[in-house]
Design a protein around this ligand. Structure first.
Ligand code: ADP
Ligand code: MG
Length: 458
């Protein structure tokens, strides 16, 4: 059985389990284990910590990670609400004694150059799976990383949500830091940048702010520049930073989920500058890339993912990579907690809401219709018991594709194919699998059909 993801305790258990391999044991014990998940109400997770300090520290260092991971487990995008439990508080003196930023944190996150956001250590070029959808952006980012301010300046990386912009941006930072450890890189998001502007103005710290961004910066990596829309003061500051860096041949990279001319409320001169360099776009990944990404994640995290399940996930979760990763995390966390092997049925059960909410699931009917059309037979023929030779192959292929892509059980498929026995479906699937190894024309037919299936439900 899958765990009940609406049960706060179970969801939190699955969360802890899933993050275990990724953060240092110390961080897990000190900061995450003491948290209690009190409630999962609608879109909100209510988390209890023992004191204000823990809350602020978690907010500063791990809030995005926490929100993303817990949302993945629960299957909805959650807001985090903190509550304090004074009874579990540690006395004030010991809070004072805690260092501002425990040194062990840097084990899991790359140390940033200075106060900028931290580069996520997993986001390097080596872990970025290349495919037709992203190879242009990847090549541009590599060129910039290898020769900052020489090849493309500015570089404007454009793509939809969850397609790898932040990953590539961080990868540039890591690469440059590895080659030239003394480079002064600022990695930030325009949201954070805006906060810094506001603070600098409020506390009369503009000179320090300008020194940091204009004098003491060799490379600026600015994530989600589209959020600068409508923020006049922030745009003004960024414009001048841009000019200073550009004029002194220092690299500027920005990412955005909108093209320059689509960002509303932005100064014309800034928009214009974004177009001076190269605009590299990332497209949604093709199924082959989705499969490669799943395989890589499974291998990196050390779990087995059968081809069936890999294919099933890649087929059905197509919109973006973050979602694909989220589904995988949820699936493996559930499976390891309940000690259940990951089969297509199990995946379907655990991810039920994601799959149906998107209407992404391929239905038995859709496969039958497609196969019938492809082989020019009637859908009813696929379900009939007529043992005519021209009907055998379409019928077997339809059964095979349903099993592979819809993921229904054999008995269920038996019912959907005109009340046949489950053994009929099993032997059809096995037959096709065996034939695929030697029969090139069948391989081509199946591939054609899978392509059409992939497109027809997009
Ligand atoms: P964006 O910033 O465009 O919204 P992210 O860079 O945060 O997207 O990517 C979302 C998740 O998908 C990240 O965990 C990232 O590592 C992963 N990801 C995106 N593209 C790839 C890829 N080509 N290969 C491997 N992982 C990827
Ligand atoms: Mg991003």
């Amino acid at each position: 059985m899958a765990i009940d993801r609406h049960d706060p305790k179970q969801a939190w258990g699955a969360f802890l389990e899933s993050i275990g391999p990724e953060i240092s044991g110390h961080v897990l014990e000190t900061w995450f284990k003491p948290i209690r998940c009190l409630e999962l109400a609608g879109d909100t997770a209510v988390l209890e910590v023992r004191d204000r300090f823990s809350r602020d520290w978690l907010n500063d260092h791990y809030i995005d990670f926490l929100r993303e991971r817990l949302s993945a487990i629960v299957g909805t995008t959650l807001a985090i609400e903190w509550v304090l439990n004074p009874e579990r508080a540690i006395p004030d003196e010991s809070i004072e004694a805690l260092p501002d930023e425990p040194s062990s944190v840097s084990e899991s996150i790359h140390p940033s150059h200075d106060r900028g956001r931290q580069l996520n250590s997993r986001y390097v070029f080596d872990t970025f799976v290349a495919g037709p959808s992203n190879q242009f952006a990847l090549a541009a980012c590599k060129a910039v990383a290898e020769n900052p301010a020489v090849s493309y300046n500015p570089l404007f990386v454009f793509g939809g949500v969850g397609l790898g912009k932040t990953h590539l941006l961080c990868a540039i930072g890591h690469y440059i830091l590895k080659e030239k450890p003394r480079s002064r890189i600022i990695y930030t998001s325009s949201e954070q940048f805006m906060n810094e502007v506001v603070e600098a103005v409020r506390f009369s710290k503009l000179p320090e702010f300008h020194a940091r961004y204009r004098r003491n910066c060799d490379v600026i990596l600015m994530d989600d520049i589209q959020l600068i829309a409508g923020k006049d003061r922030t745009q003004h500051e960024f414009f001048h930073i841009f000019n200073t860096l550009y004029d002194s041949q220092r690299q500027i990279v920005v990412t955005s989920d909108k093209l320059p001319h689509e960002i509303p409320d932005i100064e014309e001169r800034l928009r214009n500058r974004f177009q001076w360099g190269l605009i590299a776009d990332i497209q949604p990944p093709e199924i082959e890339t989705r499969i490669a990404i799943l395989r890589q994640k499974a291998e990196n995290d050390g779990f087995e993912l059968s081809d069936d399940v890999t294919f099933f996930l890649a087929r059905n979760i197509r919109s973006n990579i973050r979602e694909l990763e989220g589904a995988l995390i949820r699936l493996t966390a559930h499976a390891s907690l309940t000690k259940t092997p990951i089969t297509v049925e199990y995946a379907q059960q655990v991810l039920d809401d994601i799959l149906t909410a998107r209407g992404a699931l391929v239905s038995v009917e859709a496969v039958q219709k497609l196969v019938a059309g492809y082989f020019q037979v009637k859908t009813a023929d696929l379900k009939s018991k007529r043992r005519h030779k021209v009907l055998m192959r379409p019928r077997q292929v339809a059964m095979y594709l349903c099993r592979k892509h819809v993921g229904s059980s054999y008995p269920e498929l038996g019912r959907r194919f005109g009340d046949k026995d489950h053994t009929t479906i099993m032997s059809a699937c096995r037959k096709v699998e065996n034939l695929l190894k030697e029969d090139a024309s069948l391989r081509k037919q199946v591939m054609d059909l899978e392509r059409q299936l992939d497109i027809s439900v997009t």
